[in-house]
Design a protein around this ligand. Structure first.
Ligand code: HEM
Length: 494
């Protein structure tokens, strides 16, 4: 790494040691202090046994990264680092090296399906959300739920509708395995990541297995269950095939025109009919998609539900908007017109992103920045999204929650104020060509959940506004939800 790049908290031996330790247990705190110190340039977070992580602080440098082609700085090696794919997903990477072709197809597939055909997914997504609400048990008109688990379960069920179809998304064993596998993969791979690369193939698996054995984060146990269901579903697809139809790159399938595309079916049919990728690649991609879809959206919904529960003053205006627009049911058009709810959700995302860094890229070729620094091949670089989203450069009173901040901006004629709009001050969905292609689906899903919730229930937080949304420790740049936070749903008298 270039010697002229400063470390977040100094380069002395003691400071470096401290940063290694602090990043693991409080990455967001370390990044925040680095941003305050080096707001007009960039800094590095030193990592044990590997290149450090470069954080770009100025709008100019961030814009340069945004415009850098993937052939120079790509998110793919980072995804491998993050989820340790080469170690925990055998067969996913092609034998000759490189990134699997299937992964290059997926963002286009997501854009072609859950974005362009979002309206087709709405009825089944709505039904999945309602069926998750039906699992709640009310006593004397009230039901206390674990906030993260509630949000995560709704998203797991409705996300599975899009990924594997209706029947499997109602299978409780499958859903439990989906939820546990994602959390298990996060735990396992983060522990494995800490093992030096040279030792990883010998003890990486053992160490991470030991760290999660006997917990609900046992990735191996839940993966076995998922594979059983995937294999059974793939056999059904196989039996139903034979029409001679070859699916196209935009997600068209053998389904009838108004039916939503089942993502697993599309990937599987493509693998068999076009022989573009192997079954191991299809399974690997499904596991990655579950992570990209369900954990992120679950975390976003969790933050929004918790904020609503501790800010009862938002219930009445949001409910009025929903009741005026939702009477015809869950449609894309109704969701698009919910401007107050859109603003509320965006404010929640602004203050509670899942991680303090966004738009991760790894240089696959040297990247020369305009400040004269060249980032060498292999350098990991990203953008401090959490700090930017709380900065006074972009927001008045950035630390205070104003649920209608973005609605007011829109009314004043400001551009890009929507939940899914990208802008330099709002990076929760990333930036540039790799920005999240699933964000429209995530936004619609959260709006439908809020609609059902607010039409039928009041929502409260026991203990009032005091409950913290994050656990006492974060892990590297990732925020850890407060897994014990509870909210109460109270049936409304209508
Ligand atoms: C609130 C929920 C979500 C958040 C916060 C989120 C966030 C992100 C972020 C930060 C990125 C990386 C962007 C970049 O590198 O510039 C990303 C990429 C991606 N997301 Fe999402 N996401 C969410 C929901 C979803 C959903 C629902 C899906 C699938 C339907 C999805 C599929 C993907 C895919 C396939 C990519 C890779 C895009 C590429 O590399 O070109 N995400 N997401």
């Amino acid at each position: 790494m270039s010697d002229c790049i400063p470390f977040a908290a100094g380069k002395s031996a003691l400071a470096t040691l401290y940063q290694h330790y602090r990043f693991v247990i409080d990455g967001p705190g370390l990044i925040k202090s680095g941003c305050a110190r080096f707001s007009s340039s960039l800094f590095e977070i030193p990592r044990t046994f590997r290149f450090g992580q470069i954080i770009l602080c100025t709008p100019k440098l961030i814009e340069e990264l945004k415009n850098t082609p993937s052939a120079v700085a790509s998110p793919e090696p980072w995804i491998d680092q993050l989820l340790q794919i080469s170690h925990v997903m055998p067969g996913y990477f092609p034998k000759g090296g490189g990134w699997p072709a299937i992964a290059k197809t997926t963002p286009g597939l997501i854009r072609g399906t859950v974005y362009k055909q979002l309206d087709r997914y709405m009825p089944s997504m709505n039904e999945a959300i309602l069926s998750q609400f039906r699992t709640l048990e009310f006593k004397n008109g009230e039901c206390a739920v674990n906030c993260f688990d509630f949000a995560y379960s709704i998203v797991a069920r409705s996300g599975s509708f899009a990924l594997v179809g209706e029947r499997l998304s109602q299978n409780e064993e499958y859903l439990k395995a989906v939820k546990e596998h994602i959390l298990g993969m996060i735990m396992t791979t983060r522990v494995q990541f800490l093992v030096p690369d040279c030792l990883k193939r010998y003890i990486g698996g053992f160490v991470s297995r030991l760290a999660t054995l006997g917990t609900r984060w046992d990735m191996h146990a839940s993966r076995k269950i998922l594979l059983k269901h995937f294999n059974a579903r793939a056999a059904e697809y196989h039996d139903e095939m034979g029409t001679g139809f070859v699916p196209d790159d935009q997600g068209a399938s053998t389904e009838s025109a108004d039916k939503p595309v089942e993502i697993f079916r599309w990937l599987y049919e493509s693998s068999v009919l076009r022989q573009r990728w192997s079954y191991s690649e299809v399974i690997g991609e499904m596991l990655l998609l579950q992570f990209a879809f369900i954990y992120t959206t679950g975390y976003a919904l969790y933050g929004a539900l918790a904020e609503l529960a501790r800010r009862p003053e938002y219930i009445a205006p949001l409910r009025d908007e929903i009741e005026a627009l939702f009477s015809d049911g869950a449609t894309v058009s109704a969701c698009n017109r919910m401007t107050l709810l859109d603003s509320f959700l965006k404010e929640c995302q602004r203050l509670h992103p899942p991680a303090a860094v966004s738009a991760h890229r790894v240089c696959v070729k040297p990247l020369e920045l305009s400040n004269g620094i060249t980032l060498q091949r292999g350098t990991h670089v990203g953008v401090p999204s959490a700090a930017i989203q709380r900065s006074s450069t972009h927001y008045a009173n950035p630390e205070s929650f104003d649920g209608f901040r973005f609605a007011k901006r829109a009314a004043a004629g400001t551009q890009n104020t929507g939940l899914v709009d990208l802008s330099p001050g709002y990076l929760v969905f990333g930036m540039g060509v790799h920005a999240c292609p699933g964000r429209w689906m995530a936004g619609a899903l959260m709006k439908v959940v809020f609609a059902h919730l607010l039409v039928n229930y009041d929502i409260l937080m026991p203990g009032g506004a005091s409950g913290s949304l994050t656990g006492s420790l974060s892990f590297e740049e990732f925020y850890v939800p407060n897994f014990v936070l509870r909210i109460v749903l109270r049936e409304r008298e209508k």
